[in-house]
Design a protein around this ligand. Structure first.
Ligand code: BEZ
Length: 237
């Protein structure tokens, strides 16, 4: 097969162990994902320091860091800029930028310098059709065992939705804690999907209404779980 001169790159997949690396960050050196064992972590890339969409994203992420911390999720950013550029940009954000009610925003989570693109290449963050010199807006949600559980890529021009990123973490934790799945547009407090019936007997029982769930058909059943129970369970993890 022809490859059109395009370099092949490795892309981690959902279910893979997060590729390991050591890196210099704005909060000192990190050993990833080893030092995050026991926590959820969002590793995300942005195209470049001192750019407007990225600035809006960093201000939003930093302002909402506490909401992620409440569900045991840490944040780690990356771009292919150097450490001094990162420091200067984060200082500018804190000292000068006021945006949508956010001001004096201090970015306290680590921002990785990756001038060599070593980490960006490991995580498939450089996507040459979009840019060969800047990382796309990649998001890797990694669980406390260091397994990649969700991957989302956005192009350079599209700022991320942070409600959705928080929803993803909460939904993954809910699925793990209650052995369920989450339907379209699920939010804590909405009905959850129970695993499909594994036998004809279970399918019949469900359709006969013997279990405490609502069945739209034998393969599609939901159960209730209130928001407080979801949040109190996942916040204890
Ligand atoms: C931005 O963050 O504003 C941006 C960065 C790279 C390309 C386009 C926009």
């Amino acid at each position: 097969m022809e490859n059109d001169g395009m370099q092949s790159v490795s892309m981690p997949r959902i279910g893979d162990k997060a590729p390991a690396f050591k890196a210099v960050t704005t909060q000192g050196e990190i050993n990833f994902p080893e030092q995050y064992s026991g926590s959820w972590v969002i590793l995300f890339s942005h195209p470049a320091d001192f750019t407007p969409v990225c600035t809006s994203e960093f201000m939003t992420f930093a302002s909402r860091e506490e909401e992620f911390a409440r569900v045991n999720c840490k944040l780690v950013g990356l771009s292919v800029d150097g450490l001094y550029s990162h420091i200067a940009w984060l200082r500018t954000i804190k000292d000068k930028i006021e945006y949508r009610g956010m001001k004096n925003v201090e970015v306290k989570f680590p921002l990785i310098e990756d001038i060599t693109m070593e980490v960006a290449h490991k995580y498939g963050m450089i996507q040459p059709g979009e840019s060969s010199t800047k990382a796309v807006r990649a998001v890797f949600v990694i669980d406390p065992k260091g397994i990649i559980r969700t991957i989302i890529y956005y192009p350079l021009s599209l700022g991320r939705n942070f409600d959705e990123l928080l929803r993803v973490v909460i939904a993954l934790q809910t699925a793990d804690a209650f052995s369920v799945a989450t339907p379209a547009d699920w939010q804590p407090g909405d009905d959850l999907i129970v695993p499909p019936a594994g036998s004809c007997g279970t399918a019949k029982e469900r359709m006969d209404g013997k279990e405490d769930m609502k069945c739209y058909d034998w393969f599609f059943c939901t159960r209730k779980l209130d928001k407080e129970k979801v949040l109190s369970t996942i916040q204890k993890q």
